[in-house]
Ligand binder design. Structure first.
Ligand code: ADP
Length: 412
């Protein structure tokens, strides 16, 4: 089965083609083809990078900010030119989309119907940077591949079983009835990492209490018991919780009221401040990129050091909160660009949790080995670095859904 995955971010569009036949293997397969489109340097110019399993590469720049045009152009490289990996477009059996917000209704991977599209559209108001991009991807594929099934895999789905005590905010109850609740995000990554951890530890996922730390540009934690997320740091939007690259994470809501009362701060400006001018960038005044923060610290920049210290503090206090929700811990998992690569962040967090018997092998930690247990043999809590594979997780969800449909169709 050839599965095309589309993963749309606010200023990127990633895509992979997998071939997955009889069973889902223990480790992710390499995609036959993968492409990334990046608008983050210049809104009018799309940088396209394509790579195939056989090592062919293509890099181009297109002068357009139209996502559907870029998707069509990007997909052409699947069956044309030096990056061609299929004879024609009809070889694709199913297309899976990462959809950031599935609201309360969508708790599993779902075949995209007009009703599902309408729901994704209605949820744009809750995920304005992502759901519209997801919808554009779905519509671009509808035009190119009108009869091929499309599947939505929701980032909120993994958190859909949060207990009410974790999901409901202590604000007037009618707001909860209007859909204002904790949804949680990064679910595809948290779920993948939880399963991978169980596999690496050779344990049944249902028997494990885990805290997964997804630390990328966006950062969130999930407390996982019985294979389900029972608490998580992101909330109604992906702004709550940990300090992030350019997002503030949780702040006293009284600050927002105070700022809105200031003459020059309107809602849009507040949005800009909290989502794009805060976090590592806001404190350091330099960048939201952890690598740049580390370089500045080495040069003696005190604001970069403060940004780093707040990041670690925010991470530790939130891990403490997840720990309390779980009532114990079998493994702490680091993933995402920072989680997988920053030995300093991992070392400081693990040091802070030595009191619950978190002990890591410092030499191992320094090498940032992925898909590896870096804890000492006598530690009670395992610590793992897991390379997140969201696209692979989406592909496996599509594969499973198609198998179910095929068997149901066969029985009909
Ligand atoms: P996204 O959330 O956009 O997918 P990533 O998961 O790629 O982002 O994470 C990006 C973050 O990872 C950036 O802050 C980047 O600086 C950080 N990062 C990447 N490599 C390293 C490294 N070697 N050391 C520290 N931070 C790193």
């Amino acid at each position: 089965m050839k599965i095309l995955v589309l993963n749309a971010g606010s200023s990127t569009q990633k895509s992979c083609l997998y071939e997955l036949n009889d069973a889902v293997p223990d480790s992710p397969l390499s995609p036959l083809w993968k492409a990334t489109v990046d608008w983050s340097h210049h809104q009018e110019f799309a940088k396209i990078k394509v790579e195939t399993a056989s090592g062919e590469q293509l890099e181009e720049e297109l002068q357009t900010n139209s996502r559907p045009d870029v998707i069509a152009y990007m997909l052409d490289t699947l069956w044309q030119g030096k990056t061609q990996v299929i004879a024609n477009i009809d070889e694709i059996n199913v297309v899976g989309h990462r959809v950031v917000h599935g609201g309360e209704k969508y708790r599993d991977a779902t075949i995209i119907t007009p009703e599902v599209k309408e729901a994704i559209k209605n949820l744009c108001v809750l995920a304005p940077a992502h759901n519209p991009a997801n919808l554009q991807g779905i519509e671009a594929i509808e035009k190119l591949l009108p009869i091929i099934p499309q599947v939505a895999v929701f980032d909120t789905a993994f958190h859909s079983q949060l207990p009410l005590a974790a999901a409901v905010y202590p604000i007037p109850y009618y707001l909860f009835e209007q859909g204002i609740r904790r949804y949680g995000f990064h679910g595809i990554s948290h779920e993948y990492c939880a399963k991978k951890t169980a596999q690496l530890l050779n344990r049944d996922l249902a028997s494990l209490r885990l805290i997964t730390c997804h630390l990328g540009n966006g950062c969130s934690l999930a407390a996982i018991r019985n294979g389900h997320s029972i608490d998580t740091t992101m909330g109604f939007t992906p702004l709550e919780g940990l300090m992030m690259g350019t997002r503030s994470g949780s702040v006293d809501p009284g600050i927002l009221i105070h700022l809105l009362r200031q003459q020059e701060i309107n809602v849009n400006k507040l949005d800009e401040i909290l989502n794009r001018e805060s976090g590592l960038k806001g404190i350091s005044g330099l960048s939201g990129d952890m690598r740049e923060i580390m370089i500045a610290i080495e040069k003696g920049n005190l604001r970069a050091k403060l940004a780093f210290d707040i990041f670690v503090h925010s991470l530790c206090r939130n891990i403490g909160a997840m720990l309390a929700s779980l009532g114990g811990l079998d493994a702490l998992i680091f993933t995402g660009g920072i989680g997988e690569n920053s030995q300093d962040v991992r070392a400081l967090v693990c040091e802070a949790f030595e009191f619950i018997n978190v002990k890591i092998d410092r030499d191992k930690n320094a090498k940032s080995p992925v898909d590896c247990d870096i804890s000492l043999a006598n530690a009670k809590v395992r610590v793992l670095i897991v390379h997140t594979e969201e696209d692979w997780q989406i592909a496996t969800e599509c594969w499973k859904l198609m198998r179910v449909m095929k068997s149901e169709f066969g029985q009909a």
